[in-house]
Write a protein that binds this ligand. Structure first.
Ligand SMILES: *Cc1c(COP(=O)(O)O)cnc(C)c1O
Length: 385
């Protein structure tokens, strides 16, 4: 699929770099908006932690999405590209005082609160400012999902959220406080979820929780189900856009929203994952004893997902049409885990070839580090080239 990439333009750019296909981003955003808008009360936020490149954020901001932040830095970034502050939700187990104060000053839409001590601090800091903070509680629904162990978040053993049995006392506690207003419930069960049954399980769990809230006459205006919809890492060409219809329809079918309730989503990977590729160059072909290596100029400092959780990224040699050979594709970093793939077949590679690591738009550039005193990779959108 070399046709996907402006190779002649790539040749002039210092590798490694990220390339973002703006056309695919627009088509993905359009699919999300179209499918979400078919349902009354569905509101989409973008989980900025997936990719906070300002050029990408500009495009997403223009669709009218809200934004899901997990740090003060993300709130600042979101504001600087123009996301309206009243569409910001702020999650995270460990919010610092300065971050809470920043969010209060910005009058964000909602704090997704993950513990009682945090609730108390928000109430205290809000009272100093004479403000009332809107809060939702992140409930840990104790659901195991079918994804990688390091990216499940909704199990009782995970650090996230408030246990279900504590939900009602915590809400009642908040209702007695002077400077917080309870407005909703928040959930996020994990990432890279492709089995709609997992989201269905979450819906059923929320339905049960809503029943018990009703018995306690607790009114909930907002339900936020987080993100987690996965992308097809194996087939970025065949499935460039996730099945948003199936995703939103699952919630519409299984979640029993009460009258006037709004349903919020916080999608990250599914929005930006497929539009990005890490473009790198072959430095050397090295013959090992039982295998051969393609040594490229990108490493785990540019894209850490394979080293961090054995994530798969499709790799293509976009400079060559030669017959395929089997290689380990490795980076230059002084760590044995700096391996992008083992024993994969790509077109025979030579020094200078451009290599694309596909589906790298989410949790790629944003997780880059300067280990080994390396430069951070630059992210280019189609219009930049
Ligand atoms: C990471 C995260 C998301 C986005 O997850 P994706 O899998 O990228 O969709 C949404 N909400 C919260 C609270 C998160 O921590």
């Amino acid at each position: 699929m070399k046709g996907l990439f402006p190779i002649d333009k790539f040749k002039k750019i210092q590798t490694p770099f990220y390339y973002y296909d703006t056309d695919l981003l627009h088509r993905t955003l359009h699919a999300i908006t179209t499918e979400a808008n078919k349902h009354e009360g569905f509101i989409v936020h973008y989980a900025i932690k997936a990719n906070a490149n300002p050029k990408i954020l500009n495009v997403i901001c223009q669709t009218g999405f809200g934004v899901d932040c997990v740090s003060g830095g993300e709130i600042t970034r979101a504001c600087s590209v123009g996301f309206p502050t009243n569409k910001i939700v702020f999650a995270g187990v460990g919010k610092s005082d300065w971050e809470i104060n920043l969010a209060l000053d910005k009058d964000i839409f909602c704090f997704n609160v993950e513990s009682v001590p945090e609730l108390e601090v928000i109430n205290e800091l809000a009272s100093v400012k004479g403000k009332i903070a809107r809060v939702a509680f992140r409930i840990n629904p104790n659901i195991g999902v079918h994804t990688h162990a390091n990216i499940t978040t909704g199990l009782a053993e995970n650090k996230f959220g408030i246990a279900m049995r504590d939900m009602i006392p915590v809400i009642e506690k908040a209702q007695k406080m002077t400077n917080v207003k309870f407005i909703g419930l928040h959930f996020h069960i994990g990432s890279q979820i492709l089995d709609m049954g997992d989201f269905e399980t979450l819906c059923n769990r929320i339905n049960e929780l809503q029943d018990s809230l009703e018995q306690h006459h607790i009114k909930v205006e907002h339900i936020n189900v987080g993100g987690g919809l996965g992308i097809d890492y194996k087939h970025p060409n065949r499935v460039p856009i996730p099945d948003f219809k199936e995703y939103f329809d699952t919630y519409a079918q299984h979640l029993k929203l009460r009258l006037g309730q709004k349903l919020h989503f916080e999608l990250g990977r599914a929005v930006v994952g497929q539009m990005g590729s890490l473009i790198t160059r072959t430095l050397y072909i090295k013959q090992g004893t039982a295998k051969q290596f393609v040594i490229v100029d990108a490493g785990m400092t540019d894209l850490i997902r394979p080293a961090l959780y054995q994530a798969y990224h499709k790799i293509e040699n976009i400079s060559s049409d030669e017959a395929k050979e089997t290689y380990d594709v490795v980076g230059p970093i002084c760590e044995s885990s700096d391996v992008f793939a083992k024993a994969i077949d790509i077109n025979k590679s030579h020094r200078g070839d451009l290599i694309a690591l596909r589906s790298a738009g989410a949790y790629g550039e944003i997780m880059a580090s300067q280990y080994n005193c390396r430069k951070l990779p630059i992210g280019y959108i189609t219009e930049d080239l």
